[in-house]
Each structure stands twice: as C-alpha cells, then as structure tokens.
Design a protein around this ligand. Structure first.
Ligand code: C5P
Length: 247
C-alpha cells in the first residue's frame, strides 16, 4: 500500500486514559476528574468484570468516548455477538484478538456494522490485538508460532486489515513499520506511553506521546502517568500541551 497518501486530519484528542480501577466507584471518581472533550477512556477486563455494563453506560452518559478493551477471541458467531453487544452498549472503540482468524474478524466487522445501523449510531472503531506484548519469541515458539514476534504482529495486522478491521493495538516502537505496511488510514492504538521524564514502571518498551504520534500512532493509551498523578486533569493537559493541542 502506498505510504505517500496524506494521513487523515485529527479532530479529537488522541489520548485514551486507561481507567484501571478495581470497581465502579473509583473509576467514576477518576472519570469525574477528567474532561470528556479532552480524552477518551479505556475500560478493561478487571473493571468491566467488577462493574459491568452499567459503568460503560454511565461513562457514555457523561460524554466519554469509551474504548471497551475486552479483547474478544472465540468462534466467529460468539465473538460477533459479543461485539454487537458492545456496540449497543455505546462503545466508541472495541477489540478482538487477530489470532482468532479472518473469519472471526470478518464476522465481528459485520456484527458491529449491523448493530450500529440498527441502533442508528456511529460505527465504533473495531481494532485487533496482534501479539500480546508480554509474549517474547521463546513463548511464541512454545505455542507453535515460529519466527520473531514483530513478523507475526505484521502478519496479523495485515490479516486484520484484510478482514475489514479499522486498525490494531501495537507498541509505539512497531508503529512506523505498521504504518508503512498498512497505509495512512489504518488506526494504530499504542499503549506504553510515558511523558518525558516519567517512570516506565512495568512497561518494557515505552515512547513519549510526541514520539508515538511521530511514528504514526493515532491513539495513545495512557494509564498511570495520568491516573496516579495528584491532579489527573493537569497531567492530561500537560501531555496535550507537549502535542501542541488542547483537545
Ligand atoms: O499505566 P499504563 O500507562 O502502563 O497503562 C497502560 C494500559 O494499556 C493498561 O491498561 C494496560 O493493560 C494496557 N496495555 C498495555 N500493553 C499492551 C496492551 C494493553 O500496557 N500491549
């Protein structure tokens, strides 16, 4: 795919705040300190399992774009129905494992589009997880995947694109290669983001917000640098300021 096409113009804040809270009350307290016009929020497996769909509805009602990070991976029909349910819940972005295969991803795509059309709402972004960043080459070999993790991630990103998905979750350090391979409109969602000077904590491969966007990322998943800050809104503003944007 040509890489010289223009990137789509950005109209919203690229920051997705990971609401990695154990339950609804702390998640809503944290969300209450954030401005939904300045960030999206991510609800993952721990929070969703504890708090349930009501929390997602509450966040949507407060005006947040919600990335429902449940990484669905199942037979095509089951995965598709889960994606349809997430769409009806009002998710702005949701994800599946690309290793579930092309048929599973294509079924998810159809289900999301049909559910959004039936509800009369915008289609959520449907993205794929390629290779979990916790899996090294040795662990991949142990589950029967030969070759380096980066090659597998690229293979799965192409499979996701072929199945009609909007993009993938990837490390900022993989973003440039995926952007070159998958073209200007493929959405790259990058965790492992750390503002200049902040601690990497347990993230092994980190990039600054600016570096991630420069490498081709569309969306920056940021957790503790914002959620553990004394003033989360100020920490978010500081990140947006380094990007030369206020929204
Ligand atoms: O606090 P921190 O910024 O490290 O949080 C990053 C968020 O992104 C967490 O919710 C984490 O589970 C998620 N994530 C990640 N690396 C991946 C995929 C998701 O850090 N490869």
């Amino acid at each position: 795919m040509p890489t010289t096409e223009a990137r789509p113009e950005r109209t919203t804040s690229p920051v997705i705040v990971a609401l990695d809270a154990p339950d609804e009350a702390p998640a809503l307290r944290l969300a209450g300190r954030l401005d939904p016009s300045r960030c999206a929020v991510k609800v993952g497996k721990e929070l969703f399992t504890a708090a349930g769909p009501g929390l997602v509805r509450a966040l949507v009602a407060r005006g947040f774009r919600v990335f429902l990070d449940l990484k669905f991976h199942d037979i095509p029909n089951t995965c598709a129905q889960a994606c349809a349910a997430a769409t009806r819940l009002g998710a702005w972005m949701l994800n599946v494992h690309a290793s579930g295969g092309a048929a599973m991803m294509a079924a998810a795509r159809r289900a999301v589009d049909d559910a959004a059309a039936a509800a009369g709402t915008a289609k959520p972004l449907l993205v794929a997880v390629t290779v979990l960043t916790s899996l090294g080459d040795d662990e991949l070999a142990a589950i029967g995947v030969q070759g380096p993790a980066a090659a597998q991630a690229l293979r799965l990103a192409r499979l996701a694109q072929g199945a009609g998905l909007d993009g993938v979750v990837c490390s900022a350090l993989e973003a440039a290669a995926l952007r070159a391979a998958c073209g200007p409109s493929f959405q790259l969602v990058t965790p492992g983001i750390r503002p200049p000077g902040s601690a990497a904590q347990d993230q092994a491969r980190v990039a600054t917000p600016q570096a991630a966007l420069a490498a081709g990322a569309d969306w920056l998943v940021v957790g503790r640098p914002i959620t553990a800050a004394p003033d989360p809104a100020a920490a978010l503003d500081a990140i947006l300021a380094t990007l030369g944007t206020t929204a």
